[in-house]
Design a protein around this ligand. Structure first.
Ligand code: ADP
Length: 408
């Protein structure tokens, strides 16, 4: 502290004299380090007037004034001038009163009978330093808020771009695919085998690009806003998924069980679906969410667990539903498939990232990116454990009750 202007608001002349003397002595003792100029007023009204006329570095405020009492004085003072540290002066202070003063914005307190040049100097210099740090923190938080708003905007722009790009690219692509099949049909007698192969490669690449654009479009549509949320029955979501995947389940001869810690329900046995699923799986929860997002999330995980099966082994899938901590619902999808090296466990959730070639397993690499985006929209989490050739377990945790701000 090199130069300091202090405002003393104190109605008792003897207490004020003592403080002024201590300040003077403190300034002499620390003369190289500090020079204290003090104004003294005896009511809050005068104090507020002084504060509006002059720049002070600190206010020493008596809590028992003729025109104001207790923490109310701190509040009224800081209402007028927020950017000033206040040290309260009091005959005695309970923990409760100190906490209220702190919450009202006071930096520190001094018990009047303990005031000495040393305690006064120490408290003033510490309060001013603390207050400076508080202001810096406030500035940093405000800056962070600006950055986070910019980031949110650039994310929105990026999503909009992905939406427009994927949407607008679809039309010319459809035209290219359709005209190449017309060429194939009308010239099939004239084309050499080699040229026929070239044409069919164009069509395969075209339909792959169509899948990529579809997935990109869907991905860009996932966001926490614009989604109709309601109380969604996960039992019914799963039921819809079984009908969507019926053919895949049949063809792969997959066996699927759904369980909680009390009950096990067989959904399919070597490809044959159990039609009683809806009655049997009454332990699956309802969740406040978007029906279509929940379906997309679990359909991705379950279809992957069937798709990434070992060539010579029928898929066996276990879905476990549990109540987690803090009203969280934890659900895991475990398979006995090809698995993967866990060093890729972050990469697989990124857009267009695949560990397996399209010739071995079809896909776009957008499924798990969408899964992650949906889960993050609900403040949930996903984790995966996997071992090459032994299978994988994807574990999702979702809050059953959404925060008020999230609900529509
Ligand atoms: P896609 O299946 O379209 O390739 P995903 O985003 O769903 O895209 O998955 C990303 C990659 O993660 C997959 O290409 C695959 O390599 C790996 N993967 C996902 N699920 C499993 C699973 N159950 N078992 C083994 N590998 C998986």
């Amino acid at each position: 502290m090199s130069f300091c202007q202090i405002l003393l608001i104190e109605d008792s002349p003897s207490d004020a004299d003592h403080v002024l003397e201590c300040l003077e002595e403190a300034a002499q003792v620390n003369n190289k380090a500090c020079c204290v100029v003090t104004d003294w007023v005896s009511s809050l009204k005068e104090g507020i007037e002084k504060l509006s006329q002059k720049n002070y570095q600190l206010v020493l405020l008596d809590l028992g004034l003729p025109d104001s009492f207790g923490i109310d004085s701190v509040r009224r003072l800081l209402d007028v001038n927020f950017d000033i540290p206040v040290v309260v002066l009091t005959g005695d202070i309970s923990d409760e009163l100190w906490m209220s003063s702190l919450h009202a914005g006071a930096q520190d307190y001094l018990i009047k009978k303990d005031i000495s040049p040393q305690t006064l100097f120490k408290t003033i210099s510490h309060s001013i330093e603390r207050f400076k740090l508080k202001l810096e923190l406030k500035k940093a938080v405000a800056q962070l808020e600006v950055y986070s708003q910019k980031l949110a905007k650039s994310n929105r722009d990026l999503e909009e771009f992905a939406f427009i790009a994927s949407h607008d690219l679809q039309e010319p692509l459809r035209t290219m695919i359709s005209f190449s099949s017309r060429i194939e049909e009308s010239t099939s007698d004239l084309l050499s085998l080699k040229n026929k192969e070239y044409l069919s490669r164009i069509q395969r690449a075209g339909s792959r690009m169509q899948n990529l654009l579809d997935d990109l479009l869907e991905y860009s549509r996932i966001n926490s806003e614009n989604q109709v949320k309601s109380q969604v029955s996960i039992k019914e979501v799963f039921n819809d998924i079984w009908s969507d995947l019926e053919l895949v389940i049949k063809e792969s001869s997959a066996s699927i069980v759904v369980s909680d810690n009390k009950k096990i329900v067989q959904v399919s046995d070597r490809g044959n679906l159990n039609s009683r699923f809806l009655n049997d799986c009454d332990f699956l929860p309802d969740i406040f969410a978007s029906q279509s997002q929940m379906r997309r999330l679990f359909e991705n995980l379950i279809s992957n667990s069937i798709k990434y099966a070992k060539k010579d082994t029928k898929p066996q899938i276990q879905i476990k539903s549990l109540r987690g901590f803090n009203d969280n619902w934890v659900i895991s999808v475990e398979d006995n498939g090809i698995g993967f090296d866990e060093k890729y466990k972050t990469k697989i959730f990124e857009q267009f990232q695949r560990l397996h070639g399209a010739s071995d397993y079809e896909g776009t690499g957008m499924g798990l990116a969408s899964v992650k985006k949906i889960i993050e929209n609900y403040d949930g989490a996903i984790d995966v454990k996997s071992n090459l050739d032994q299978g994988s377990v994807f574990t999702v945790s979702l809050p059953l009750i959404q925060k008020a701000s999230f609900a529509i």
